[in-house]
Design a protein around this ligand. Structure first.
Ligand SMILES: Cc1cc2nc3c(=O)[nH]c(=O)nc-3n(C[C@H](O)[C@H](O)[C@H](O)COP(=O)(O)OP(=O)(O)OC[C@H]3O[C@@H](n4cnc5c(N)ncnc54)[C@H](O)[C@@H]3O)c2cc1C
Length: 337
């Protein structure tokens, strides 16, 4: 069968360090944290891979955040990101160095090129994972992800092919913290790609209003209880310098864009403060936000399940509570309270 391999030849856990304009994407550090855990369980090394034009500082940071070795491929061809050079270079390195596990962020970039690595190398790729672990007896990667529209969780393992690849949803793992005393090696790799791998060009980069609620420190979320009136939610979010989010119910009603949906089939968020207004607290919503540091729930039903997960609960009409809260915070900020 094509791609069948001697699995014993493959070892180490690799993490792709995604960067744009020399700045690392947060998901890279989240993967290093998880990758470190997986590598330790397997008794293998954690190797980070960074490609770009001016990225050597990221190699140092990757070591501080847990990598044993960092492969650095510096070349202008990798800036800005294009799927051809990234996919080709990554595949070359996989074929040459044979990693056992490869983790890539499930970002636009990661999802764009992961398939370009998996297909030529016959890797087993599980996309959009939300949990990863090592199977105790086999040391295989167990890649878990919601499936059938979120109705079930699938655990996928790849027995015969290598590497075992996974793209991982941003925000599901904590980012690895830097330890300036950590030591590791940096290996410079010469770029193995050229103009023949460039199939498209970026003529102009237009940065639009790209919604990313996963990095927000404050989130004010509304549900079906808002009846589509998100004004008070937006006002509080603005005042606190936070982002607006919503339940699937609100998204399906067309009240708010899908990029702001929190939950099993939406985004996973862990802000310092999550205000949930008019949200009942269904398990599929909780799954995306219950690691938030402080949860404040506003609901007019004292038996709403959201109160079980909230640090502070306010029983009341959100159209009265939210404006009162916003006014009180504004007064406090202006020193007029
Ligand atoms: C496979 C699958 C995947 C799913 N994925 C997701 C997901 O990713 N994210 C997600 O959010 N959901 C998801 N859902 C849907 C989820 O099960 C719930 O249906 C949904 O979260 C409910 O949204 P809600 O809380 O806005 O609405 P409701 O459950 O209708 O709750 C509305 C709440 O508002 C309160 N309320 C009403 N009026 C007011 C008022 N004036 N003031 C204060 N409170 C008020 C009510 O008491 C009620 O508790 C999924 C479901 C399935 C089956």
């Amino acid at each position: 069968m094509p791609g069948e391999v001697d699995t014993d030849e493959y070892e180490d856990v690799w993490v792709f360090i995604e960067q744009h304009e020399s700045e690392a994407a947060k998901v890279s550090w989240e993967l290093l944290q998880k990758g470190r855990e997986l590598a330790d369980e397997k008794g293998e090394r954690l190797v980070a891979l960074v490609m770009g034009e001016d990225v050597s500082h990221l190699a140092e940071e990757a070591i501080e955040r847990g990598a044993d070795e960092v492969l650095v491929v510096e070349d202008p061809i990798f800036e800005p990101y294009l799927p051809g050079p990234y996919g080709e270079q990554f595949s070359e390195l996989v074929e040459e160095r044979k990693p056992d596990i490869v983790l890539i962020g499930g970002s636009h970039t990661g999802r764009d090129f992961a398939g370009r690595v998996a297909v030529p190398t016959y890797a087993g790729l599980t996309a959009d994972c939300t949990e990863l672990e090592i199977e105790a007896d086999t040391h295989l990667l167990l890649a878990k992800r919601p499936t059938f529209g979120g109705d079930a969780m699938a655990t996928i393992k790849c027995v015969e092919h290598r590497p075992q690849m996974a793209t991982v949803r941003p925000g599901v793992f904590d980012a690895a913290e830097p330890d300036p005393d950590r030591e590791g090696t940096t290996t410079e790799v010469e770029a193995a790609v050229g103009e023949e791998n460039v199939h498209s060009r970026v003529l102009e980069r237009v940065v639009g209003d790209i919604t990313d609620i996963t990095d927000a420190e404050v989130i004010v979320a509304g549900g079906f209880g808002t009846e589509g009136e998100f004004g008070p939610i937006e006002e509080l979010a603005d005042l606190l310098g936070g982002e607006v989010a919503a339940t699937r119910e609100a998204v399906e009603e067309g009240w708010i864009e899908a990029a702001r949906q929190v939950g099993q089939t939406g985004k996973t968020v862990k802000p310092d403060l999550y205000v949930a207004a008019g949200i009942s607290g269904a398990i599929q919503h909780l799954e995306g936000m219950n690691d938030s540091q402080t949860i404040v729930a506003i609901n007019d039903d004292p038996n709403a399940p959201i109160f079980d997960d909230a640090d502070y609960g306010i029983v009341g009409d959100l159209f009265e509570v939210l404006p009162a809260l916003t006014d009180a915070i504004r007064d406090e900020q202006e020193g007029t309270a």
